[in-house]
Ligand binder design. Sequence first.
Ligand SMILES: C[S@@+](CC[C@H](N)C(=O)[O-])C[C@H]1O[C@@H](n2cnc3c(N)ncnc32)[C@H](O)[C@@H]1O
Length: 381
Amino acid sequence: MNNDTPLRDLLTQRISRQGRITFADFMAACLYEPGLGYYTSPGRKVGAEGDFYTSISVHAAFGRVIAREVAQMWRCLGCPDTFTLIECGAGNGRLACDIVDYLAEREAILYGNLQLVLVEKEPTLESAQQEMLAAHTGRVSWLSPEEFASGRFTFSGCLYSNELIDALPVHRVLMSADGLQEIYVTMKDGEFREETGPLSTPAITEYLDRVAVELHPGQQAEINLAAPIWLAEASCALQQGFILTIDYGFPAVELFAPHRQRGTLLCYHRHQIEENPYIRLGKQDITAHVDFTTLMQRGEELGLQSTWFGEQYRFLLSAGIVDEIEEIEQSDASDEHKLKLRLALKKLILPEGGMGDTFKVLIQSKGIESVKLLCQRRIGG
Ligand SMILES: C[S@@+](CC[C@H](N)C(=O)[O-])C[C@H]1O[C@@H](n2cnc3c(N)ncnc32)[C@H](O)[C@@H]1O
């Protein structure tokens, strides 16, 4: 394995110049250093030829069910004649395409009133997104994360993301005999090493206090300070409507439970899980599970109601995945296509070994009197 990447040189120089860095700074460089980070360098990340699957790469039915819910959100807003749909962390545009294809096919009035805005940290993905969404040119525009967060951009409609929050850089902490310590990254004898020290910011203790979590002796955890900041930016931009967040994670009490002694940090390379973040710098994904309690609590402080929170399989089942499947089953699609669909479905909704259980959906709303979403229906009811 060749670890001798330009990113390694850059981090080595940075550490020798300024001393140890937080794990959040290390992770930010590994994922987003311009031209060198995992997400900011060329190469296929998601899908069979990439490093990991997301629900989007499994089947278009995932996006089509989200589209059904988006149409319902538009109805909750009183069918306005301008509805903005924003995807943050849009990747190659696949999910946006599945959603907008459905709306064009089934929701002509909404489609006629739709503005799709893509926000993606990696600007070179714009050409892939343009190609993917070629059938919808004229409805699509782009915003950089900086423009999105500037406070100048406002919208009414729905902002959604899939696996954005788990890709934000996290601080790492350890409950030592001397109290809560931060895990820093330093260099010794030409190798990256971890060492603990006082917290780099009081925001970490404030974060844990807010969710009423005290780590157990010897326990490690990740603290995603970027997540509530992102939510505050999103909430500031949202005038009226919804924020729909899909990601893997748990409520804080479960995420920081003592049995997760080593936290949830994981790396992905070619569909293999790797625990060591100090190899394949910029060539492997690094993620941590999402703390949904913080998103809900912070959201409520920001005027966002926690409208629905639950497992992805519940969301998909109550929002209409069975109807999607029945339609494909009854269509003249090939037997091979139908078999693929059944396998995809298993992956999307089965709790054990599938994506249905660890993956969660959170829907927050602002400025709407009566919210009646599809996912609020009883499954099978
Ligand atoms: C794990 S990938 C998920 C991509 C896609 N949503 C999917 O599910 O296949 C996370 C994406 O979020 C992007 N990203 C990270 N921080 C961002 C931010 N602040 N604003 C917009 N995009 C961001 C990354 O560049 C990357 O493309």
